[in-house]
Design a protein around this ligand. Sequence first.
Ligand code: G6P
Length: 518
Amino acid sequence: LDDVLSMLDAWDLVVVSNRQPYRHTYDADGEIAVDRPAGGLTAGLDPVVQETDGTWVAWGDGDADREASDDANSVRVPPEDPAYTLKRVWLSESDVADYYYGFSNRVLWPLCHSLEEKITFEDRHWERYREVNRKFADSVVDTIESNTVDTDSSVERADSDAIAETVEGDTVVWFQDYHFGLAPRFVRESIGDEALLSQFWHIPWPEREVFRDCPHGAELLRGLLANDLLGFHIPAYCANFLDCVSTMLPEAAADWEDWTVSLADAEHTTRLRAFPMGVDTDRIAEHAAAPEEGFWERFRADYGIPDDQQVAVGIDRLDYTKGIPERLAAIEHLLEAHPNWRGEFTYIQKATPSRTEIPEYRELGRRVDRGIERINERFGTDEWQPVIEIDDYLSEEALYGLCRYSDLAIVSSLADGMNLVALEYVSAQIDRTGVLLLSERAGADELLGDAAVSIDPTDTETFASRLDLALSMPDEERRRRMTALRSVVSETNIQSWMADVFEATLTLDQAADTTTDV
Ligand code: G6P
């Protein structure tokens, strides 16, 4: 983290994400309370923004958020020790319906995961996506301008050229994810070169045969090319993006050696880079080590899992990209084709409902329930329920404790930018006794290589035989594989990921040019 902070020393940082790092709510007494950041990127980035006193621009949601914010839509966070400004962008119901549920999650999400059959496009989705991106861009531009004013007033009696030099490149804006395909261009149109713009696209970028069906695809490409740096998890997504640009934008010059793109009318060049994202390995290992003696015995007893059985676990947002029905089909096939496993292991499914206003997500929930019921009816006995679905809230300690003690974790995504659950499971495996079954279609597969047991989630028979292999794997091999996985995961953690992204952003040639003489 120190590396990141020293790099950002001379910069004003603006982070832009759809989800906010702190959410205000009302408690039972009607008092304002605050929800903490929950894991992943938000928890990793929050300390950086705190230390740099930056600004975080995000969707403000609900009355408590409004009450807690000032006239400039801002609130200082964290509440107990305010260190940075959270600037809210208010969205109306139809903004949420068409920008968030509409274009973001019914067009871009399925498109980028190459699940075109799930796309539902309406013109108003696009219109609203554009308008909301404009709102976010306006908020970013306001922030950059107020940073500029601060810098101006600190340069006393300097001549105007010196001020211009000082101001240029002082702010770095970091956009997160597919909700902001157009905002970088809107910001660039207002501020020119006055800030560095960087974006990380957390989901896959599909092949051009898929992306060319994207409504307004060319405009999205232009929007993203307003960034100085565009990051993806793995090189394949960068290559797909470059391929789309080369074939869909006649005005773009794509350089396949340097992985850069210049638009004919632009003064800057966009650099594409792969940064495989990591997780907070130390924090997860601490949580995994925290549960008291007897945690696992109690956990098993609570859910009726016999002592002598192996436990496999799947932890997912309930999303059709995660391949949960495919996983259940493989478990069913295993129990059918290898009856020796009946009564020998239990599969725990922890799925968190997500985006339930979208019919495809509700249908998935029903499919998963039906799949679980079928397996339990076919193979369950008085002593044994093959699949247990956990709906209860699990604290981080319980969740990582579950990861620590489970003999097997199954990640079977049909497509996945990275899949942080795979990395979390490995981070929690402090005793190195578990096996990771990992979809070859998740970005994490590229990072983790063959220390994980690789699966194609759509090939039920082979998937089932890999399950058989994993369940029968001798301890020594488990330990060898998990040691290898843990060494990759601890090297590529969330802190080193941020350091790599910031280093690449802040050392762009253009940045060097504009800051050399300051
Ligand atoms: C994915 C996306 C994130 C998103 C998360 C949860 O990981 O890449 O941007 O925040 O899903 O989805 P939600 O729609 O609830 O924010």
